[in-house]
Design a protein around this ligand. Structure first.
Ligand SMILES: [Zn+2]
Length: 133
C-alpha cells in the first residue's frame, strides 16, 4: 500500500485521494485526473516520511513565509489561519503546521532557548538549585 496522498486542486476546490495499491496505480490516477481535468493541479504528499531539504531545489524568492515542507518535499508558502491561531502557520498545500516536529527540525525553527539561547540570542544560563518541573 502506498502511503502517499494525491491532492487534486481545481477551481479553488480540492480533494484528497489515497489508498493506492502501488506506484503504478498512483501514476495511473495522476494521468487520468490530468486527462479529465486539464486545468487541475496535482500535489503528492507523504505525512509519514518527512523529506530533508533537497539542495537541488532552490528556495523561491516570493513574498510571505517560505519554509521547506518535508511532507510535500518542496519549498512552500506558509500562511496563518486566523481562525485558529495568530502564530501557527500552515503549508498552503498539505496544511501541515509549523508546530510539527518534522517541520521544525528540517527548517531549524525550534525556539532558540532549546539551543541554549534566548529569543534575542543571549546564552541561557541554567539556574542553580531550580525546582524540577
Ligand atoms: Zn506541505
Amino acid at each position: 500500500m502506498v502511503t502517499i496522498y494525491a491532492i487534486v486542486k481545481r477551481n479553488k476546490r480540492e480533494s484528497w485521494h489515497n489508498g493506492f495499491q502501488d506506484e503504478a496505480e498512483l501514476k495511473k490516477f495522476i494521468t487520468d485526473a490530468k486527462q479529465l481535468y486539464p486545468d487541475s493541479k496535482i500535489y503528492l504528499v507523504e505525512h509519514l516520511h518527512p523529506l530533508p531539504i533537497d539542495p537541488t531545489k532552490p528556495k523561491p524568492q516570493i513574498k510571505g513565509t517560505v519554509l521547506w515542507c518535508p511532507y510535500c518535499g518542496e519549498w512552500r508558502r506558509f500562511n496563518k489561519d486566523r481562525k485558529t491561531s495568530k502564530v501557527t502557520q500552515y503549508c498552503t498545500i498539505c496544511r501541515m503546521s509549523t508546530k510539527d516536529f518534522g517541520l521544525k527540525t528540517s527548517n531549524d525553527i525550534w525556539p532558540k532557548a532549546l539551543n541554549g539561547m534566548t529569543e534575542d540570542g543571549k546564552k541561557v544560563i541554567p539556574k542553580k538549585g531550580g525546582k524540577k518541573k
